[in-house]
Design a binder for this molecule. Structure first.
Ligand SMILES: Nc1ncnc2c1ncn2[C@@H]1O[C@H](COP(=O)(O)OP(=O)(O)OP(=O)(O)O)[C@@H](O)[C@H]1O
Ligand SMILES: [Mg+2]
Length: 444
């Protein structure tokens, strides 16, 4: 019989395919009547050095396999060689080898190997075509390698997918940031534009008025000079008088009073722009002044003092419930701003006579709670999710910038705390600020 041929040109191309085809070794099969001694000789052929077993094939179909291990076991027996050497290999072969179709998917093959082949591994498996005809042999080790490299490949794929996901998420966050920045800038432009518009208008009107006034004074002066003989009465006296007549109805006491009003409005507009800029400055970062130990009760009381005149004006009663608090680490000016924003909103929300604001402080689970509750008009359900957005306001133009809560949210978060709202339209609103005793979080 011909020696079996099992050389392989190159390493199996496992990655490309998902079945056993690339692992196929075209091993020349052993015929059933081949003697045990001949088979032993075949195993000594260096071309079969890598094989654990040889397939036994009859009329193109695998009928068994004979392993190196089995031959050695027999040959090691006393007289084993003599007893079995001349018998056909069918006397020793494994009649139930693992037979797999070449098209078997890798993972399925790995499962079959795991259940069929015992430890220690003494056999290779036999590969057949779809009709069960013998094709060649396959090595258990090759399957393991193939599975491993597929796993590695999948791992690589996963890693690449993860990297792609991460970068696209980053882009998303980035574009979201840009969008909210754009929104902020747009809102800011709008907010600044309104006062800027009337400031410019007022300044122009004032300049016109002042120009007229200057011309009137000059004309009157030259007439006076002519009349008092300080200068030669020139030919232009008449023209001067006509000019004075024209200017006088425009520049009178009322006009000058108007000018005062215009300038006052202008100052107000400039003040509004200044406030806006200040708010934005605060919005950008936690105060550089840094952290200090502070008594939140004191901060609350000083905020209440600041809004006292507003409370009195609207006849709003304040119920102050101050719990014993440990000092907390915070930027006091910033916390003050949060309190002023919340109190200001509460006062502005009250449109009836029975105004009442509860301000309670307490310590809970090592954190300081500040509760500010009003019985004002409440917040519409559809607005609740937007009140912390920069420039979200329901107040008339000129009354609210919509930055109060956005800034407050930012400040509280930078302190490592949380701010929560609960509201019922027509009943009232409750804001809860929770601050850690030791500040943490970015910037704090
Ligand atoms: N206590 C409250 N009761 C009812 N509505 C509130 C209350 N607090 C906030 N709001 C609603 O949330 C919106 C946003 O509040 P925020 O403080 O951010 O801006 P604003 O008060 O409108 O303007 P600004 O604070 O800049 O003057 C308000 O316009 C209002 O509709
Ligand atoms: Mg506000």
């Amino acid at each position: 019989m011909k020696p079996a041929l099992t050389t392989r040109a190159s390493a199996p191309a496992v990655a490309a395919s998902a079945d056993l085809q690339p692992l196929l070794l075209p091993t020349a099969p052993v015929e059933p009547e081949t003697s045990v001694l001949d088979v032993a000789r075949l195993f000594l052929d260096p071309r079969h050095a890598g094989l654990l077993s040889l397939p036994v094939v009859d009329a193109g179909r695998p009928v068994g396999s004979i392993s190196r291990y089995e031959l050695m076991r027999v040959f090691l027996m006393p007289y084993g060689r003599e007893l079995y050497g001349r018998r056909p290999i069918t006397a020793l072969m494994n009649a139930r080898p693992l037979v797999l179709a070449a098209a078997t998917p890798l993972d399925q093959a790995a499962r079959a190997i795991a259940t069929h082949i015992k430890s220690p591994i003494t056999d290779d498996f036999v590969l057949v075509d779809a009709e069960g005809r013998y094709l060649g042999t396959g090595l258990v080790l090759d399957v393991l390698r193939a599975v491993e490299s597929r796993l590695a490949e999948r791992g690589g794929e996963l890693e690449r997918a993860y990297a792609r996901l991460k970068s696209s998420q980053l882009q998303l966050v980035q574009s979201e940031k840009m969008a909210s920045l754009g929104q902020m800038v747009a809102g800011l432009v709008h907010e600044i534009n309104t006062p800027l518009g009337y400031v410019r208008n007022n300044v122009e009107m004032s300049r016109e008025l002042i120009g007229d006034a200057a011309r009137l004074v000059a004309a009157q002066q030259s007439v006076i000079d002519a009349l008092t003989g300080a200068s030669e009465p020139g030919a232009d006296l008449d023209a001067r008088l006509v000019e004075i007549e024209a200017l006088r109805p425009r520049i009178d006491a009322a006009a000058l009073e108007d000018l005062g009003g215009l300038l006052e409005d202008t100052l107000h507009g400039v003040g509004q722009i200044g406030d806006l800029v200040l708010n934005l400055k605060d919005f950008s970062r936690l105060d550089q002044s840094g952290l200090q130990k502070a008594d939140v009760n004191k901060l609350v009381d000083s905020a209440l003092k600041i809004v006292q005149h507003l409370l009195r004006k609207r006849d709003v009663a304040v119920m102050r419930e101050a719990g014993a608090l440990p000092e907390i680490e915070c930027a006091p000016a910033q916390i003050n701003q949060v309190l002023l924003n919340l109190l200001g909103n509460a006062i502005q929300a009250i449109e009836h006579e029975r105004g009442r604001i509860v301000v309670r402080t307490q310590v809970l689970d090592g954190r300081v709670l500040i509760l500010i509750e009003d019985n004002g008009k409440g917040i519409a359900v559809e607005h609740l999710s937007r009140i912390f957005d920069p420039f979200f306001t329901t107040k008339p133009v000129g009354q609210g910038t919509g930055m109060g809560l956005a800034i407050s949210h930012q400040i509280v978060e930078q302190h490592g705390g949380v701010i929560r709202v609960a509201s019922k339209p027509g009943v009232g609103t409750r804001f809860l600020v929770v601050l850690p005793i030791a500040a943490r979080g970015e910037g704090a």
